[in-house]
Ligand binder design. Structure first.
Ligand SMILES: CC(C)(COP(=O)(O)OP(=O)(O)OC[C@H]1O[C@@H](n2cnc3c(N)ncnc32)[C@H](O)[C@@H]1OP(=O)(O)O)[C@@H](O)C(=O)NCCC(=O)NCCS
Length: 177
């Protein structure tokens, strides 16, 4: 969907081809990609361009993604939804220079508020690799609960990694706003 969200410090807008250079710069970092399932390492400009080519302005909410823009700085990350075997999933990453300033909590909150307002969905899935305590902290703060353990391929690591599965119900989302 062609939607732009504004939070206290950030603008969440649709990805565009001119994002490719910053996406490639920030994702070509194992500290980021090693925490994600579907991002290879090393990560090249061609990877970013190929990924951006898949974006369409007319996608449903469950397949919508946002470039996270810090005014005065530019793109600093991404938060997006995709459909998987467990249903609609939220995923996100932030460029390492911007960690630990509450940016991703702010971006995820904005994206969740939009998703549960734009849809009738009762539940949203997510999860973290077992070592990703900051990401689990963000999800718990939003009302996600752990639903089990699984194993997931991490492209950057080239191996299966233990994964904590989580979900957020509409009721828990509303209670944690
Ligand atoms: C994980 C990531 C999104 C965090 O982004 P961020 O903007 O630094 O996160 P925030 O500052 O909003 O919040 C981090 C929270 O984790 C907490 N935290 C940090 N280290 C922690 C630890 N070792 N144990 C427990 N909690 C921790 C912080 O205290 C903070 O919670 P608080 O706001 O309640 O104090 C970012 O580091 C990132 O993109 N990493 C690589 C990709 C990734 O992991 N994506 C998510 C895949 S599931």
């Amino acid at each position: 969907m062609d939607v732009t969200l504004t939070t206290a410090r950030l603008v969440l807008r649709q990805p565009v081809m001119s994002d490719a250079e910053r996406i490639a710069r920030f994702l070509d970092n194992f500290a980021v990609s090693g925490n994600l399932s579907r991002v290879p390492y090393p990560y090249r400009l061609a990877d970013a361009k190929g990924w951006l080519r898949t974006w369409r302005p007319d996608t449903p909410p469950g397949e919508t993604g946002f470039s996270i823009q810090l005014p005065g700085e530019g793109l600093i990350g991404h938060v997006g939804f995709h459909n998987d075997v467990e249903g609609t999933v939220i995923g996100y990453w932030l460029a390492q220079p911007f960690w630990s300033r509450g940016f991703m909590s702010e971006a995820v909150r904005g994206a969740l508020d939009w998703y549960f307002t734009a849809t009738q969905a009762d539940v949203l899935a997510s999860g973290v690799f077992h070592f990703n305590k900051p990401s689990l902290a963000i999800q718990k703060k939003m009302g996600f609960t752990e639903t089990g353990l699984s194993s997931r391929l991490c492209l950057a690591r080239g191996e299966e990694v233990r994964h904590i599965d989580t979900q957020l119900t509409r009721t828990a989302w509303a209670a944690h706003r």
